[in-house]
Design a protein around this ligand. Structure first.
Ligand SMILES: NC(=O)c1ccc[n+]([C@@H]2O[C@H](COP(=O)([O-])OP(=O)(O)OC[C@H]3O[C@@H](n4cnc5c(N)ncnc54)[C@H](OP(=O)(O)O)[C@@H]3O)[C@@H](O)[C@H]2O)c1
Length: 256
């Protein structure tokens, strides 16, 4: 990855949509992307959280973001298609799509897993990402360097007892990434990958590991150079890969 350094310096003029942009990793990547020059479409469930991120970006005189409140548990295909048309009309293209929003749900054995929890987790973590990708592909195809980045987990690469629907949803996410990457491999400039952020100091991690001291974990902000790189033009050689953030961070130059 010899061009990592220069590529991470700028997302200037790029239009990037981030789901779950109001909190955790998505919030940190949204702020970092704006600082690298991107116009960020902040998509998330809680409007107040998105407004706070908007205010922080505007206060730094960065490119004005767009707020797009959307509940991925209930959003319809019509809403995804409307979003796609709006982006196309306003910007004429989409350069990056980070599928970051997810729900953990309750952990527990398959035998006792609540069916309604299974349905909701699959809806938010898998179906929403599929339908949104489908609806935004026309705009992504208009970019000279479109990027679609899915968010995985270590339990999306090796099954683990009691991680239930969350784990299954992350396996499905990897499957969606591979199918889409294979479809687009020789037909477009879009690059499709998945990233496992690993243990990170967020609400989701605290819910999964309530006894853990969060101060022992990396912050979302410490991960952002990898996301910036993967959403930028310099990562064109990465396609169809299940990436690991720890490995990628060790390849970043110390100045970043
Ligand atoms: N943190 C970790 O240790 C870790 C490890 C491996 C993988 N990951 C993955 O990394 C990604 C980010 O996780 P995180 O730790 O930053 O989680 P987080 O702090 O819980 O943030 C999740 C974000 O997703 C949004 N979201 C949840 N349900 C939604 C819905 N129905 N519609 C729209 N937005 C919704 C949340 O919005 P609200 O705040 O409004 O609810 C929030 O902004 C996830 O895909 C997660 O699976 C995290």
């Amino acid at each position: 990855m010899s061009d990592l350094s220069s590529a991470t310096k700028s997302l200037t003029d790029r239009i990037i949509l981030i789901t779950g942009a109001g909190d955790g990793i998505g919030r940190a990547v949204a702020l970092a992307s704006a600082r690298e020059g991107a116009t960020v479409i902040l998509l998330g469930r809680t409007q107040e959280k998105l407004e706070k991120v908007y205010d922080l970006i505007v206060a730094e005189n960065l490119p004005e973001p767009i707020i797009h409140p959307m509940d991925l548990a209930t959003a319809t295909n019509e809403e995804y298609e409307l979003l796609g048309r709006s982006i196309d009309e306003q910007f004429g293209r989409l350069d990056g799509l980070l599928h970051n929003a997810s729900v953990l749900g309750l952990l527990g054995p398959v035998q006792y897993f609540a069916p309604e929890s299974l349905m909701k987790i699959m809806q938010v973590n898998v179906n929403a990402a599929f339908l949104m990708t489908r609806a935004l592909l026309p705009a992504l195809l208009k970019s000279d360097s479109g990027r679609v980045l899915f968010t995985s987990s270590s339990v999306g690469r090796a099954g683990r007892a009691y991680w239930g629907a969350y784990s299954v949803s992350k396996f499905a996410t990897e499957g969606l990434m591979q199918v889409l990457a294979d479809e687009l491999a020789n037909t477009s400039a879009i690059r499709v990958n998945s990233i496992n952020p690993g243990a990170t100091r967020t609400e989701m991690r605290a819910a999964a590991y309530p006894a853990e001291n969060p101060n022992t974990l990396p912050t979302p902000e410490s991960l952002t150079p990898v996301y910036i790189y993967l959403l930028g033009k310099g990562s064109q050689h990465l396609h169809g890969q299940a990436l690991d953030i720890r490995k990628m961070l060790t390849e970043l130059p110390p100045t970043i």
